[in-house]
Design a protein. Structure first.
Length: 368
């Protein structure tokens, strides 16, 4: 699910020759639409993403990033890989306080590359694949988490109606709708039933917090908000771009907040979590400190939030497990965007078990 724009993180970069694209057709399409594109265009695949493939485009001294749906388009699940929505939200947020890359063009004509794609500006900065931030001095790490929390609160305060996004998603019923959607996607992608997922699919609709499905609570939600999907300034704790908007919609802000805290509940061997490490020794904030920093912007009822928090966590583990099942399905079909897809997909069952444990008020166990 990651998008890496930092050239230092382009590991095992692959030339576009490995992709059945017509470079001449791409240049012909982009030249009249993106200033600076010419026949010298070079493409390099960005490794790491598990969903929409991403490529760096380079012409002389200019660079962009191309995001496409996985090929072939005929094998994609309905509503998945919605790069059209990515493009639209990035375009809408251009002139807000939320830092995003500038988008240049969206191509929905599949005759060009065989799949829909869009192009955005390349952004200079740092992406941290390890959320414990080993590249950052210990004393400075909390500041990076505070910057991440600040930008998330800015996103949730954006007036989506003023941006013309009233039709970007339904205004109510977020959890009811998403539980149904991810249940369907899990069912379509799984090889065999997962007991914890089936239990969560039954438990979650009965435990939606009061008011969480109302239109009053609606905000723009990123859907995959975490340290790894943020581009930071090269030298300071400042977010210069929020990346990977594929799962963005109108939803409930606490879903985003809970998702961004999942690493505090997963060990280092599961999607780079750190519940098995001493976060204080690492210079990281506690989950409670991260939530409290975010809550300051909204004057949240922290006592109520504490009581309802297990639902928000369980929902996000359920959703994450369904996403991992989808990655597994693409890997089996030979459509994976990353060489690590099989390894990542294998974590789906453990993630679901964690969600079910939290729903039952238990500490997650990762040894079963």
């Amino acid at each position: 699910m990651d998008l890496t724009l930092d050239p230092e993180t382009i590991v095992d970069a692959q030339p576009v020759a490995a992709q059945p694209w017509d470079k001449a057709a791409l240049v012909a399409y982009l030249q009249p639409r993106v200033s600076g594109v010419d026949a010298s265009l070079q493409l390099t695949k960005i490794e790491g993403g598990q969903s929409n493939p991403s490529w760096i485009l380079k012409c002389k001294n200019k660079s962009w990033v191309l995001r496409s749906k996985p090929a072939p388009a005929s094998q994609l699940m309905p509503s998945a890989h919605a790069i059209e929505r990515e493009f639209r939200i990035l375009q809408a947020l251009q002139h807000t306080s939320v830092p995003v890359p500038r988008v240049r063009v969206l191509c929905e004509d599949e005759s060009i590359l065989g799949v829909a794609f869009y192009v955005m500006d390349y952004v200079e900065g740092r992406i941290f694949r390890d959320a414990t931030l080993p590249e950052v001095p210990t004393a400075d790490r909390k500041a990076y988490f505070e910057a991440a929390s600040n930008v998330l609160s800015l996103l949730h305060q954006v007036d989506w109606r003023r941006l013309g996004l009233s039709d970007f998603g339904r205004h109510e019923g977020y959890y009811t709708r998403l539980i149904k959607r991810w249940t369907q996607q899990y069912t379509a992608a799984r090889v065999a039933p997962v007991d914890a997922m089936d239990k969560l699919a039954a438990w979650l609709p009965l435990n939606i917090p009061e008011g969480a499905d109302s239109a009053h609570a609606t905000a723009i939600t990123h859907g995959d908000y975490r340290i790894e999907n943020l581009m930071f300034h090269p030298t300071r704790p400042e977010v210069v771009a929020v990346l990977d908007w594929e799962l963005c919609t109108l939803g409930h802000p606490l879903s985003d907040l809970a998702y961004s805290t999942l690493a505090w509940h997963m060990p280092s061997g599961i999607l780079r979590g750190y519940c098995d490490q001493d976060s204080s020794r690492l210079g990281l904030p506690s989950e409670q400190e991260f939530i409290a920093h975010y809550a300051q912007a909204f004057q949240l009822d922290t006592a109520r939030l504490r009581q309802e928090w297990p639902f928000y966590l369980a929902f996000n583990f359920f959703r994450l497990s369904a996403i991992l099942e989808g990655i597994g399905q693409r890997e089996r079909a030979g459509m994976a965007s990353s060489s690590t897809a099989k390894e990542i997909a294998a974590m789906a069952q453990g993630v679901a078990k964690c969600g079910w444990a939290i729903a039952q008020g238990q500490a997650p166990r990762w040894d079963v």
